[in-house]
Design a protein around this ligand. Structure first.
Ligand SMILES: NC(=O)c1ccc[n+]([C@@H]2O[C@H](COP(=O)([O-])OP(=O)(O)OC[C@H]3O[C@@H](n4cnc5c(N)ncnc54)[C@H](OP(=O)(O)O)[C@@H]3O)[C@@H](O)[C@H]2O)c1
Length: 429
């Protein structure tokens, strides 16, 4: 007789609905691959009366988390409520009750993943979190398993769909930032409060998870230098493209001699770079391993069915483990703390757009200030001149951030410089 594994679902929103739908439409494939049938026994929600986007038996719904977590028949808990407080306590309680846990919750895994994985290990269970980064793109499993033979040298990702959608619209449709944000909200690619996405926080949480696995080191949010995309002007996109670059919000991790360099910031990348063609709400992760070389993962970084697909893949793994009586499975407990290199110690090329009085000697003054700090300029262009004001765009060669910042402080003191409009790091190849 076919074995049935009882599952408790916490949350029936965007991702929870995708999970139910996939279990319905791909029931045969999932059961065959898992070796047992998954049956959703109970579902935690906040509002029992809410209209659901998938057909669901009302008898399964409950507002009492403990009814799900403490049900002795339930062997697997899928946490899809989001947030960090209630979700964390439900996950802890599930592990203590010796349930396997699956989650899509990047915030929780970034902030408390280490503690939760230790708790899972003690309980002889594991936490599966493929859906927490990159939605439907397999990233966690490749980093944990398939690329395990490599020392990862660097990773670079577009891992926030909202900001990529906005920057793509600004580039392709020549929209300004506000219009692109509004369109993203109307199409469901940005939340009503988009701060976490726009300020780079969401990407930084995901980078905590990815860099932890890639570099085998526990990563905290504060280890990451974070800048968002607010304040990017249409003109920056336009000038960048004229110079042969595309502007993207990148999450970057490098293992350098002195330690790990981790940052999230808008970055100019050459228009020929593999990440330059990643458009709209799509995500991609590009990484370099010392054995495999360059690898890129690409696909939908969010959404009901794509994210549900990662959750159900985790469920298949869990059921296989239950069937084979594997307790923890493959865990990331070999993490060793590595040093973090502060961003000021890193080197980069820079793009700078500034506004100056249109008068003789401005270029020479800028060139001298940079030369004093050994910053060499690749390009310096006067873009516009109107009403006695000039807009100047310059791109430096690769330089230490500290030297660039010192030169910038001097430039800000020039009476002829009215305003620094924007400043971005540039990746040249
Ligand atoms: N949306 C995506 O594309 C995506 C992609 C990757 C990862 N994720 C992650 O997946 C998780 C779920 O996201 P989502 O977009 O599916 O969220 P969502 O649409 O807001 O759904 C959340 C669900 O959880 C329930 N819920 C929330 N707090 C609860 C509480 N305290 N007690 C009981 N039920 C509660 C809600 O109940 P009601 O329905 O009754 O309100 C709702 O069903 C989050 O961690 C998110 O970061 C989402």
């Amino acid at each position: 007789m076919e074995r049935i594994i009882k599952v408790g679902l916490l949350g029936l929103g965007t991702v929870g609905s995708g999970v139910l739908r996939i279990l319905e439409i791909n029931s045969e494939e999932v059961t065959r691959r898992a070796g047992a049938k998954a049956e959703i026994k109970k579902i935690l929600v906040r509002d029992l009366e809410k209209k659901r986007s998938v057909p669901v038996d009302a008898k399964l719904l409950t507002t009492d988390p403990w009814e799900v977590i403490r049900d002795p028949e339930i062997e697997v808990i899928i946490e899809l409520i989001g947030g960090t407080v209630a979700a964390r306590s439900y996950v802890e309680e599930s592990l203590r009750a010796k349930k396997y846990v699956i989650t899509a919750n990047k915030d929780m895994m970034a902030l408390a993943g280490g503690e939760l994985l230790s708790l899972a290990k003690e309980a002889g269970r594991n936490i599966y979190y493929e859906a927490s980064v990159g939605g439907g793109i397999p990233l966690i499993r490749p980093l944990k398993h398939s690329l395990g033979a490599n020392k990862i040298i660097s990773l670079m990702g577009i891992i926030n769909g909202t900001t990529n959608y906005i920057l793509t619209r600004m580039s392709l449709e020549k929209m300004d930032f506000q219009t692109a944000l509004q369109e993203a909200q109307e199409k469901g690619f940005a939340e009503q409060d988009p701060s976490s996405d726009l300020d780079g926080k969401d990407a930084a949480y995901k980078l905590c998870i990815l860099a932890g696995l890639a570099f085998n080191s526990p990563i905290r949010y504060n280890d990451i230098h974070v800048e968002g995309i607010r304040g990017i002007g249409q003109r920056d996109i336009f000038y960048a493209e004229e110079l042969g670059f595309i502007l993207k919000l990148l999450a970057i991790g490098d293992e350098l001699e002195g330690g790990l360099a981790l940052r999230v910031h808008p970055t100019l990348i050459p228009s020929t770079h593999p990440l330059a063609g990643v458009l709209d709400e799509n995500n991609a992760l590009y990484l370099v391993g010392n054995a495999v070389g360059e690898v890129m993962f690409y696909g939908p970084g969010a959404g009901s069915m794509p994210t549900g697909s990662s959750v159900v893949a985790d469920l298949i793994d869990v059921i296989r483990n239950i069937n084979h009586q594997v307790e923890n499975g493959i865990m990331e407990m070999d993490f060793r703390e590595k040093k973090i290199v502060p961003v000021e110690m890193l080197s980069s090329a820079f793009y700078l757009r500034l506004q100056a009085h249109d008068q003789p000697g401005v270029f020479a003054g800028l060139a001298n200030a940079f030369a004093d700090e050994a910053v060499s300029l690749d390009r310096i262009i006067q873009k516009r001149s109107e009403a006695g004001r000039a807009e100047i765009v310059l791109v430096t060669h690769v330089v230490e951030e500290r030297s660039f910042n010192r030169a910038l402080e001097k430039i800000k003191e020039f009476p002829a410089i009215e305003k620094i409009n924007s400043l971005f790091r540039v990746i040249e190849s």
